[in-house]
Design a protein around this ligand. Structure first.
Ligand SMILES: Nc1ncnc2c1ncn2[C@@H]1O[C@H](COP(=O)(O)OP(=O)(O)O)[C@@H](O)[C@H]1O
Ligand SMILES: [Mg+2]
Length: 315
């Protein structure tokens, strides 16, 4: 099998969405903001926050999947209807740069021509033409880089820009990003009043007697993997021992967990096998991909459960 084909098969893991408790709460919450904004005098905006790899972009994609784009004929022309508009704030970003990138994403032919104000007005006009009902702005912390956001007037400019976008479009905005995004919102009473809904994603818990979200997450993923990746077999992670090793390796972070799972699939396919075993996880861990997320210094897939528990307790 070619390397490309191996990686392509492993990457299909990215298509699996697991609606664990906090992800599902965020998806349902954002959908609720959209629904209620349709009839309310003021839109219901939200903040979706979490550290890297906790699943923010995945939640956005789950929302977008239910609100696909479509083509509509209007006065003899074909217009793209974008019920939910998603955009990533580029890095580093200025307000003008953001307005320009939003315009580009909305299909404007000269997204770099104009001042910050005129670009923003074109964004607003375009969103109306696309009948947009929800705006998701991902990586919002890029607008808040440390140096500039120390200046009160800069923070005020960002707040005002967000307020303009909401007031002029009457469309709910979801600011998606690292925890510092919430600080911006809370620093401005007018903004915090508009952004009352807060959704948080975090590393998933292992649980005690009852299985925590992490265990449910990896069980759901593992169950889907044979079909997605075309494998004959894959560990089911239902046993506490196996799940604990993966938890120790990833710290409960969804991104570290799926990264390691992907690597284990690659190890399997590169050794010309079609069934992944726990041994493949041990080898995958040795590549170092979980180094910054791991709770332990040892390879959690190569030690006894007792030694693993002792190691976790030490940190
Ligand atoms: N709910 C989920 N279902 C399946 N995989 C997930 C989920 N949340 C996160 N992941 C995995 O973690 C990776 C990182 O998630 P992502 O949404 O990009 O995190 P963030 O945007 O918070 O940095 C994804 O590529 C995916 O593999
Ligand atoms: Mg992201």
């Amino acid at each position: 099998m070619e390397h490309l084909e191996i990686e392509e098969r492993a990457n299909r893991i990215d298509e699996i969405y697991v609606g664990h408790t906090s992800a599902q709460r965020a998806v349902a919450g954002i959908e609720d903001c959209l629904r209620r904004s349709l009839t309310a005098a003021e839109p219901f905006n939200a903040v979706l926050i979490g550290h890297a790899g906790t699943g923010k972009t995945t939640v956005c994609n789950a929302v977008l999947k239910n609100l696909p784009r479509r083509i509509e004929a209007r006065e003899g022309k074909e217009v793209t209807v974008i019920p939910a508009f998603y955009s990533e704030i580029p890095s580093p970003a200025t307000i003008r740069g953001v307005a320009s990138s939003l315009l580009g994403a909305l299909g404007d032919v000269h997204p770099d021509r104009g001042t910050a104000i005129s670009l923003t007005h074109r964004v607003i006009t375009q969103l109306k033409a696309c009948k947009t009902r929800l705006i998701l702005l991902d990586e919002f912390q890029h607008l808040l880089d440390k140096k500039r956001s120390q200046r009160e007037e800069y923070r005020q400019d960002v707040s005002n820009w967000v307020k303009t976008l909401i007031n002029k479009t009457h469309v709910p905005v979801v600011l998606v990003g690292m925890p510092e995004c919430e600080v911006l919102v809370d620093a401005d009473p007018q903004l915090s009043r508009r952004f009352q809904r807060r959704f948080r994603l975090d590393n998933l818990g292992f649980g005690g007697n009852e299985k925590g979200d992490f265990r449910l997450f990896v069980e759901a993923l593992s169950a889907a993997i044979p079909e997605y990746c075309g494998l004959a077999d894959f560990p089911d992670f239902c046993s506490k021992t196996e799940a604990l090793a993966l938890y120790a390796a990833s710290g409960g972070n969804p991104s570290y967990a799926t990264g390691l799972i992907k690597e284990a699939v690659i190890v399997t396919l590169r050794s010309r096998r079609e069934a992944t075993q726990m041994e493949d996880f041990a080898d995958a861990y040795d590549t170092g991909i979980c180094q910054s997320g791991s709770l332990v210094k040892i390879n959690p897939f190569r030690v006894s459960t007792e030694a693993l528990v002792r190691s976790i307790k030490k940190v």
